[in-house]
Design a protein around this ligand. Structure first.
Ligand code: PEP
Length: 251
């Protein structure tokens, strides 16, 4: 069985400004720099990426973006390219359910972004997950497998990929998936990777995301196929986020 370093990634979404973001990372650094054996990632809003990347340079905390364009440059108002992000971020979230639902991102577009990011040396954290109606229909596994396979169309840089299983019904609701549900679905994700790239299946990291907090993280991380967490709300609280890092790593 491949050794997989756990990941704790914080998705700040459209929260904080540059000043409060800097304060937050300084505190996270203070509380978690002594913890090793875990990849610690913060994904601030784009406007704060440069100053946060400069502040965290040389520390164990990595910076990610929340989105990236699949285009190189040109008339794409409001977008950021991989060449703008390269050197500042190590990771980028692609296909978050909020982008799929509110901005109409399709799995084809997500695949193009993931490929573009990986080609630029930026690891995609590729999100997939079913909504409540799909969960209630009993077809969550099939839905997630299809969504992930479509979101990986043409993808080949397997070493760089991180998958995040994030059931939409668990995001920001305080109602996390049970560890059994999360384990079952992370296996579904891993099996999709096995189908597309058999050699990568046991080494690809598959995270769970959706209302992860210091009270449920240990049980989630104890599952054999859950390699960490993508965290929204709790990533904005120094105390909580530091506890998640501590739970995944060792000091
Ligand atoms: C997310 O948005 O990726 C997320 C997991 O949010 P929360 O932790 O707040 O549910």
């Amino acid at each position: 069985m491949a050794e997989r370093t756990p990941v704790i990634a914080g998705n700040w979404k459209m929260n904080t400004d540059v000043e409060s973001g800097l304060k937050l990372v300084k505190k996270i650094f203070e509380f978690s720099e002594g913890v090793s054996g875990v990849d610690k990632i913060v994904c601030p809003p784009s406007i704060a990426i440069t100053s946060i990347a400069q502040t965290l340079a040389g520390t164990s905390i990595q910076v990610g973006a929340q989105n990236v364009s699949a285009n190189d440059d040109g008339a794409f108002t409001g977008e950021l390219s991989t060449s703008m992000l390269r050197g500042l971020v190590s990771h980028v979230i692609v296909g978050h359910s909020e982008r799929r639902a509110m901005f109409g991102e399709t799995s084809d577009q997500v695949a193009a972004k993931a490929i573009k990011a990986a080609d630029a040396g930026i690891s995609p954290i590729l999100c997939i997950g079913e909504d409540l109606a799909v969960r209630k229909s009993g077809k969550a596994a099939e839905y997630v497998a299809n969504q992930l396979e479509e979101s990986l169309t043409g993808y080949s840089n397997w070493d760089s990929l991180i998958v995040a299983y994030e059931p939409v019904w668990a995001i920001g609701t305080g109602e996390a998936a049970t560890s059994e549900q999360a384990q079952e679905m992370t296996v579904v994700c891993r099996e999709v990777v096995r189908k597309l790239a058999p050699a990568a299946a046991d080494s690809v990291r598959v995270l769970y995301g959706g209302s992860v907090n210091s009270g449920n993280v240990a049980e989630l991380l104890a599952q054999p196929d859950i390699d960490g967490a993508l965290v929204g709300g709790a990533s904005l609280k120094v105390d909580e986020f530091s506890k998640l890092i501590a739970a995944a790593g060792s000091s």
